[in-house]
Design a protein around this ligand. Sequence first.
Ligand SMILES: [Zn+2]
Length: 149
Amino acid sequence: MQDQAKNNPYYSRTETAKLNVSNDEWKKILAPDLYAISREAATERPFTGKYNEFDELGEYYCAVCGNHLFRSNQKFMSSCGWPSFFEADKNGVAYHRDSSHGMERIEVVCKRCDSHLGHVFNDGPAPTGTRYCMNSVSLEFVGDSESGK
Ligand SMILES: [Zn+2]
């Protein structure tokens, strides 16, 4: 388990019940960079995230709560500078309208903890035409070799 999950009593890869935790509480638990992105919708600088150029086989979980979000075979190499997926776990993500920064976008959040993950766009590759543009900081990767698959 990563450092950020160590002192996090809400973290679970099996629980799916929705969490209702205040930002004051999250602030005590999460690392500062994860708090800024997941709870204040900050964005990591492009081409800096650890999963941007990354193609190992495994599962991606929410770094805040452990909810399953993506499988590596849903990821594709995008030139946008952030890890990108053409499909998400339908039980993993939810959507909010985002009109901030003078743009109309669709924000992607974790369905369990409502943390900001990134945005979704309709310029992705076949078969979905969808591009989930995610922050690496919001993701936790567990490789197949680690999980014994
Ligand atoms: Zn979550």
